[in-house]
Design a protein around this ligand. Sequence first.
Ligand code: SF4
Length: 327
Amino acid sequence: MNPIELPTLAPAGPAALSPEDTTRLAAEVRALAEERNAVILAHNYQVPEVQDVADYVGDSLGLSRQAAATDADAIVFCGVHFMAETAKILSPEKTVLIPDPDAGCSLASSITADELRRWKAENPGAVVVSYVNTTAEVKAETDYCCTSGNAQAVIDAIPRDQEILFLPDMYLGLWLEKVTGRKLNIWLGECHVHAGIRPQDIERWQAEAPDAELLVHPECGCASQAMAFGNEQTHILSTEGMIDFSKRSEKQRFMVATEIGIIHRLEKEAPGKRFEPVNKNAFCKYMKMITLEKLRDSLRDWKHEVTVEPQIAARARGAIERMVQLG
Ligand code: SF4
């Protein structure tokens, strides 16, 4: 269960479907989901037509909660592989399908269970906090799992004199050091999409759209810089936090520093407001491997089932359940 090999993909996303094909495929998907008593969960970074056909759209934490609570017989997870693994660990009695089993994550692939075991051996007694973007085998070596939505609450819940190993995202780790005022041992992993959002993107937009609120995901390479601006228009938020914030805000214009798939959800949840990516190339090709056709095929042909070895799942479950309960 090493991190999966990530395939090389063309930079463009899936070919656009015609409106007629979208409508036809969406109807097929909904009919199959009903017939199979399957719930469709989709991450905020999925393509619009997959978000629109899902039962729930959300971030890793929200979708994990849905996976744990559902009474459906099966879960079809439209997201990347570690997310579907997490759903399987939380609902071991259910069938979990992923429309494309090659949908990996460069961040989850940045640390293996062997590397984590070595790091733990070098730091005996340290508590391990892993971001949810990790394989099940890494989670099995973890004390607390977290998402960007509850990472601060997780760190705050650990006694201040306790040494912490934080992995795998270095930008999230650096942001946590700032907001919690604690020194962490941070693994030097990164998400290629968020690391590609640079401080220059923020500076450019500050000059071009001074009236806009800036919403920044803490995985971004620009997050520390955005915090340094310390301006009241800058908000470091998880994707779900961005949605809550923009719905409640009286402001009309928002610059968004995360994967561009979130723009569709923001426009749906806060209609009439203006959302613009700070970097149009912040595009996760692994998230975009899931298409409406592959979702239909997965439900129709009952393929690609996600499995996790029971011993690994048993060891990973505690860390994930703490994540679901906290924050
Ligand atoms: S956006 Fe980054 S962290 Fe999220 S799935 Fe893609 S590669 Fe992984």
